[in-house]
Design a protein around this ligand. Structure first.
Ligand code: ZN
Length: 147
């Protein structure tokens, strides 16, 4: 589990800018600080029309279900089908430290949960059954096409 973000200063704004650039370069829709080796509860995303910075994110509500392929820059984008709730409500702080809540459905809801998991030290493959998880890791090791 990462450390909470406590300093909402120019350094944080700069870091978020860098994270967006890294994410766009890698053609991802979200990037969490732990993915670039920072022990911080912070992510950026731009997915399905929702672009935001989330510091100290929490999923406060979720409902329904969806089961779609999910990928991750940390495992070379090898996709795997992960069941998730269909709708999720995110509570987080922006780069100025203001708390906000945002609800999303489908792909963007999936991104909320996926990136919040990263901040909690989890990878999406942790949601998979053991055999399926080992298959994804094996494919990942073979392809190693991540940045
Ligand atoms: Zn990821």
């Amino acid at each position: 589990m990462g450390r909470p973000v406590t300093n909402f200063d120019a350094d944080l704004a700069e870091l978020c800018k860098d994270m967006f650039e890294t994410m766009y370069d890698a053609e991802g829709v979200g990037l969490a600080a732990p993915q670039i080796g920072l022990d911080l509860r912070l992510f950026v995303m731009d997915c399905d029309g929702i672009k935001l910075i989330a510091a100290n994110p929490q999923i406060v509500e979720s409902s329904g279900e969806q089961s779609s392929p999910e990928g991750c820059l940390s495992v070379g984008k090898v996709p795997a089908v992960v069941p998730r709730p269909m709708i999720a409500r995110l509570r987080a702080q922006d780069e100025l430290g203001e708390w906000f809540e945002r609800e999303a459905e489908g792909y963007a809801a999936r991104a909320f949960m996926h990136e919040t998991d990263h901040c909690d030290g989890k990878l999406f493959i942790d949601h998979l059954p053991k055999m399926r998880r080992e298959m994804v890791i094996k494919r990942f090791k073979k392809e190693k096409n991540w940045k």
